[in-house]
Ligand binder design. Structure first.
Ligand SMILES: [Zn+2]
Length: 177
């Protein structure tokens, strides 16, 4: 699915690091409470619904399961997911009331996948495991985008006609397709 306009800033390629030191976004830590949940599904029908952090302690098994969910299924690349992205998804879901899972149509993207994708930014944050394209049954994409903008925790791209929102853990910025 096309995503990420060229205005997306360059982020140095990096391997992140489920072993990275905890780098919570303070405003999200409060919103997420002591037990932080996320509920995700993908077009293949995989589903993850679990606590990924208790207080300041990541649940590494949960992060691993989420990374598998967000993998590039067409590539043999190793998994790379930014825990801050998971925090944003968890906070969004808490704000929306956990009525339904986020359907993630694109998470981590291997370079060859990104190259094949028409409209994808050359330096997409999907390549760094820092972005997810999401929708939620029964919730307008605009509502998800509005809440994400309130969090001011990263990039928010609204694609109303395609019916999804691009969320990333890069610089705070916004756009609409
Ligand atoms: Zn995207």
């Amino acid at each position: 699915m096309p995503c990420d306009p060229d205005r997306t800033p360059l982020v140095p390629s990096r391997r992140l690091l489920l072993t990275a030191p905890l780098a919570l976004i303070p405003s999200l830590a409060t919103a997420a409470g002591s037990e932080a949940w996320v509920w995700l599904t993908n077009p293949a029908g995989d589903e993850v619904r679990r606590v990924y952090r208790r207080g300041t302690a990541w649940d590494r098994a949960a992060l691993g399961a989420i990374a598998v969910m967000l993998r590039d299924r067409g590539a043999a690349e190793s998994l790379v997911i930014d825990p801050r992205l998971i925090e944003i998804l968890g906070a969004l879901q808490a704000g929306l009331g956990f009525r339904a899972p986020f359907l993630v149509t694109s998470g981590y993207r291997a370079p060859e996948t990104n190259r094949r994708l028409e409209g994808a930014a050359q330096r997409s944050l999907h390549l760094a495991g820092m972005a997810a394209d999401i929708s939620m049954a029964g919730t307008p994409p605009r509502r998800i985008a509005e809440l994400a903008l309130q969090l001011a925790a990263g990039g928010v791209g609204l694609y109303p006609s395609a019916g999804f929102v691009h969320i990333d853990s890069g610089e705070v910025r916004r756009w609409t397709s």
